[in-house]
Write a protein that binds this ligand. Structure first.
Ligand code: HEC
Length: 152
């Protein structure tokens, strides 16, 4: 059996060697995969909310509020997920270099997305379509504005 101390040392050594390795293309691929996954979370949340708004899904307010919160959270996570340009990535990406040339604007767009999603939570909790409508529009506008400016 491995003693806890030995295990901790092994982990520490592993982390130290990982930190010493220069960023390789594999890491960049993982970075791109991660930032896309975070955006997929936002897309899934919008899908759930959109289904309710169209009247195609009868969903509980708690589910709708959770969807709105997940979008807010995806916006927060994106701040870090997009920080590294991962220029050597081999996997497909639709991010454009303008993101890192205009980081303040891009980051502000993510902040706007998080705030618009947070603003939707209480109307979503009431499953109040009329109140949700304009808030959904505003939230959707933050996605579109950034995608128009910062995606191929
Ligand atoms: C501030 C910028 C910004 C905002 C705001 C933003 N996105 Fe994105 N989104 C991006 C970028 C950049 C990509 C491209 C990621 C890549 O391919 O590297 C992307 C990609 C995506 C993708 C495709 C992921 C994939 O698998 O390729 C989806 C889905 C998505 N966004 C949904 C949303 C939704 C829904 C919102 C709003 C609730 C949103 N995004 C808001 C910048 C943004």
């Amino acid at each position: 059996m491995i003693k806890p101390y030995a295990a901790a040392t092994a982990v520490a050594l592993l982390l130290a060697s990982a930190a010493a390795t220069p960023a390789a293309a594999d890491d960049d691929d993982a970075t791109v995969a991660h930032r896309k996954d975070v955006m997929v979370v936002a897309g899934a949340g919008m899908g759930t909310l959109g289904c309710f708004m169209k009247g195609d899904c009868a969903l509980d307010g708690k589910v709708l509020a959770a969807a709105a919160k997940s979008i807010a959270f995806a916006g927060e996570l994106s701040q870090e997920a997009f920080e590294d340009p991962a220029e050597d990535a081999m996997v497909e990406t639709t991010s454009v270099p303008a993101i890192w040339e205009n980081w303040e604007t891009f980051s502000g767009g993510l902040q706007a997305m998080t705030e618009a999603a947070d603003a939707l939570v209480s109307a979503a909790l009431e499953a109040d379509r009329a109140a949700m409508g304009p808030l959904m529009q505003k939230l959707g506008g933050t996605c579109k504005e950034c995608h128009d400016n910062f995606r191929d």
